[in-house]
Design a protein around this ligand. Structure first.
Ligand code: GRF
Length: 205
């Protein structure tokens, strides 16, 4: 049976589409059990619905962080979701959510963590003047972009870049990196030692 993953998103959903595409092409052995959003008008949610995925909007207004997260977790459990993939999900998860799915929540961040956590990471990196940036897939813990790092990809920053051109270069790498990271987790090829996420012994790189 295919392992079930869920995508949580708040925006355009290009990472969701990259994951969905990798599954369609047979590069990732998984099933997207549902796509959940805290934004009724998220373009990614509309695309999920169009493709025919179970696309769920959960209203955040008037709910505490944990109240909202309990509704999300309920949907995930109903569908036996094994791995939760945050893909542009603009909410910090409650300790309740993190503890329910510890080690089974991934996020993608558009910078080389621990540099430039938080919002507008590509602009932060550009303004700082770094010569290389990139993206990071990490496990989610209680902090903001602080969990153990699975994979990173590096891109150069050129003198003629703007935050937008840099973001576009990073996004291309995100779309390749995220499906690879998900595959590593679903194939149970990783172990976490302290903060370090390592390939299990005997696993070819
Ligand atoms: C990506 O840059 C991702 O790294 C960040 O949010 C953005 C989401 O983009 N966490 P999209 O909705 O997947 O197109």
């Amino acid at each position: 049976m295919k392992k079930k993953i869920a995508i949580l998103l708040s925006g355009r959903g290009s990472n969701f589409l990259a994951i969905s595409g990798a599954i369609e092409r047979g590069e990732l052995d998984a099933e997207i059990a549902c796509v959940i959003s805290d934004r009724a008008d998220a373009p990614g949610l509309a695309k999920a619905r169009e493709i025919g995925y179970d696309a769920i909007f959960i209203e955040p207004k008037g709910k505490s962080r944990e109240e909202f997260d309990r509704l999300v977790v309920e949907e995930l459990k109903k569908r036996n979701v094994e791995l939760v993939c945050l893909a542009g999900f603009m909410r910090i998860l409650s300790p309740y959510f993190v503890s329910e799915y510890r080690g089974r929540i991934l996020n993608i961040h558009p910078a080389l963590l621990p540099a430039f956590p938080g919002l507008e990471a590509q602009r932060q990196a550009w303004e700082h003047g770094v010569k290389y940036s990139g993206c990071t897939v990490h496990f989610v813990d209680e902090g903001v972009d602080t969990g153990p790092i699975l994979l990173q990809a590096v891109v150069p920053v050129y003198d003629h870049d703007t935050p937008e051109t840099l973001a576009a270069r990073i996004l291309e790498e995100e779309h390749k990196l995220y499906p690879r990271a998900i595959a590593l987790v679903l194939e149970d090829r990783l172990e976490i030692v302290g903060r370090r996420v390592l390939l299990k012994k005997g696993q070819a790189k």
